[in-house]
Design a protein around this ligand. Structure first.
Ligand code: URA
Length: 205
């Protein structure tokens, strides 16, 4: 039997939630993906980072943000005075969505139905963790947390009050920084990203 929204919402521990997520069939992405990639980190974290979905490396290793975007994220977080060991790292969608191309797997954006299907995992994860600060990395993480359409450029870089009384902050996804065409915009956008992370961390005080 595969978990449904009621089973998911009734979870009371992060390891319990992770165990259930292994067998998730809430949408069709579980078929081609290697495995569920659940959130991980410090269960006492007061800050959570919400990305989009696992990429190729994450799907293979079973851990969020361990590929190129994750390495950039780790560097920026350190520079902002943060520390992955004190944080919880997760994604809006827990399975890798891709199309095969030769021997490569090309990332596809999850659609609204897939984000909605996966939403009980993130909602329950955040309910159990109850972080003081939720950092939304990119549009998918932001729409999943805020429950509405988001324009990152319009909503980034400020503290957003969330429904449960905690604080949200929207910033760009680290993959966006990797895709920028020239060094000048890469440096500028990376600096803005670090500033956003610092602003998120400052809300913990
Ligand atoms: N991009 C994401 O949004 N999440 C990951 O875990 C890796 C890359």
């Amino acid at each position: 039997l595969h978990p449904d929204a009621t089973d998911i919402a009734s979870s009371s521990s992060l390891p319990g939630l992770r165990g259930k997520a292994i067998d998730c069939r809430m949408c069709d992405l579980c078929g081609p993906a290697t495995r569920t990639v659940s959130g991980e980190g410090n269960p006492a974290a007061r800050i959570i980072f919400v990305g989009e979905q696992p990429g190729d490396q994450e799907d293979l290793q079973g851990r969020p943000f361990v590929g190129p975007a994750g390495q950039l994220f780790d560097r920026a977080l350190k520079e902002a005075g943060g520390n992955r060991a004190q944080a919880w790292i997760t994604n809006a969608v827990k399975h890798f969505k891709f199309v095969p191309k030769g021997n490569r797997r090309i990332h596809q954006k999850p659609d609204a139905a897939e984000i909605t299907a996966c939403s009980p995992w993130l909602a329950t994860e955040r309910k159990i963790l109850a972080p003081k600060v939720t950092v939304m990395l990119g549009v998918t993480g932001a729409s999943a947390v805020l429950g509405r359409q988001v324009t990152v450029s319009r909503e980034r870089s400020r503290h957003i009050p969330l429904a449960d009384g905690s604080i949200g902050l929207v910033t760009v996804h680290p993959s966006y920084l990797l895709r920028l065409p020239d060094e000048e915009s890469k440096t500028r956008e990376y600096t803005k990203f670090v500033t956003d992370l610092r602003m998120a961390i400052s809300a913990l005080a």
